[in-house]
Design a protein around this ligand. Sequence first.
Ligand SMILES: Cc1cc2nc3c(=O)[nH]c(=O)nc-3n(C[C@H](O)[C@H](O)[C@H](O)COP(=O)(O)O)c2cc1C
Length: 358
Amino acid sequence: MKVFEPFKLSGLELKNKIVMAPMTRSRAINNIPNDLMRKYYSQRAGAGLIISEATGVSANGTGYPRFPSAYTDAQIKGWKSVAKGIHENGGSIFVQLFHTGRVSASLNFPEGGETIAPSTIPLTSMEMYTDQEGMQPHDVPREMTNADIQQAQDEFVQAATKLIEAGVNGVEVHSANGYLLDQFLDPGTNQRTDEYGGDYFNRARFTLETTKKVVDAIGADKVGVRFSPYGVVHGMTGEYDEITEVYTYLAQELSKLGIAYIHIADQRAAMSAPEFATKIWKNIGDNFNGTMLGGGDVWSAERAEELLNDGYDLVYIGRAFIANPKLIEKLKNKEELIAPDVDKLYTPEAEGYTDWAI
Ligand SMILES: Cc1cc2nc3c(=O)[nH]c(=O)nc-3n(C[C@H](O)[C@H](O)[C@H](O)COP(=O)(O)O)c2cc1C
């Protein structure tokens, strides 16, 4: 089957076409990647590529509890160890970099954190978990100044640069799922009147500038970008005017930058998103020269193969990797897959994380 054949991702040799999807697992005590995480990722190094859980680029970008970041020396050292573990087991890793923007609770911030976003529109349709006081309302964000925008972009560059020095294979710029970059793209969360708001060229500026700066720092071959068109998670609008145009424009501009891949998050099964209103991933793929990565609700090699036949070059798998560390072998052998323990998705312990049979 094609899915088990090797693939060259901008020069990086992947041993198969299955990518472990980015999944927040909240084991990074004090936001530092640790030995437990090294073990978890090493166990899953059979994937052609691992994309790490979302990783904060700064204190301001660290609005959830216990997710890893990549701006202090201790955090980078932790990532160095995780990458080494994956490499020793024959795998590769891109670290997914994000900034939570308005999806933050101040109790979760490390010292110096503040909730900032394109506009002062709070996320009110849901609350944010904190270890100290349980569920809390999201903060009303402060509107980012131009200086804040430049700083946030530099934070992506610094994190990317340090991670590459530490030995990770690349980074994914997270412009999906309602976090800061997506908050700029979406007219429901971006009501700015400067060059970062208004028409879709302006709304796309933050993602494109950030990606270009990261590309200039570490090389286009080490950069991917994730999008979630039509996504509604974290209060996003879903379908809006000219949505096809904005993603076509993004694809064309990212193609010019020559990045390694565009990653389309399909949130329907895992995050109850509505159906895609159009085959937008085809518009994106038709306007992008690099690798297209897609997936969503894949639990068999046959389903992965269908996605390859539908135009994707690589297939991501998320939830099926949680309780099946040796997923590739299980898919090859058509073994029954174990469902994850949903009560242990975000708990701090090893249970439900590294204790699945391998
Ligand atoms: C526990 C969990 C954590 C997730 N965390 C992230 C994340 O950090 N970044 C991201 O882009 N998507 C995240 N997602 C979405 C997955 O990357 C993926 O798109 C989704 O689970 C659908 O794939 P699946 O049906 O194969 O699970 C998460 C999903 C789950 C289930």
